[in-house]
Ligand binder design. Sequence first.
Ligand SMILES: [Zn+2]
Length: 343
Amino acid sequence: MANRKNRTDTLLLKTTALAAVVALAQGCAQTTAQRQAPSDATVAAHVAAATRAAESDLTALLTLCKPAPAARPPQAELDKGLAAFIAKPAPPPGQAFDNLYFVGADWVSAWAIKTSDGIILIDALNTQAEAAALIEGGMRKLGLDPAQIKYVIVTHGHGDHYGGAPYLAQKYRARVVMSEADWTMIETRLEFATPIWGAPPKRDVSVKDGDRITLGDTSVSLYITPGHTMGTISPVFDVTSGGRKHRAMLWGGTGFNFGKDVPRLDSYIDSTRRMGTVAQAQRIDVLLSNHSGIDGSQAKLAALRQQPAGAANPFVIGAPAVERALNVMGECAQAQRDRFALQ
Ligand SMILES: [Zn+2]
């Protein structure tokens, strides 16, 4: 008895000591990063930390560690780039989970969550034409009825995510959901304005951090993760694969395309840390994006189409990998913050 108690005590002590060491190390890392004046060395250290965290499976995220421009691109350049992206042939639509479907373009994604009482769509692509061809068309190919779209969650107020929303809202009376900050942004001064995108949606459902959209048997938790825009929504929801439940987070905005803005990068860094904690607490083991270059969704859907039934779902990357991904993005944001601070 005494022996067992001793062993338990020792184990407890070890665990506590380990936790203390980990906390100390984390505290030191953060304090060092906060206290150390930005320099080429701190930039390199953050890029190195991101590269380590990316291991071999998350290297796609390291594009975020490349230097970001201090100013937004001029309109003509933006339009030219967008037109080229939109002109790329779209991948086939596909089913990622029992209740989650990809109905996106090559560059930008849209996701349909099937519930017992209709469909929650996440993002609406660049234009009405894309919403018709890829969202409506894709759903029909997958056996889904676009008339069942009840909500369109727009992750953030850039036109590659809202361009098709007014069309779907008007045609199916779908409610358009956005954060208060991004409703205000699109109503007052668009961060990116181009006639290539569909017009912004009219103000509808405004959500705040922690709100949920519930439809039938499904509830989507909405986290506001400021950074890419100040009201970016990162939805968290359950998915099932072969009847097994998993928890997914869709990171709602990734790139640093806002120019030299150190406070905004600080918000981004805070968002990655906070969502790392959320991911750990909720055992989130699936990380999705609204751009397939970030989450590799096209390759994963192609793999799913090839593999035998019952094989492991490539979208399930595991909780540690989700935390590493948030760490990679946070370290890249810290590298960029230091670069801007040096300019
Ligand atoms: Zn964006």
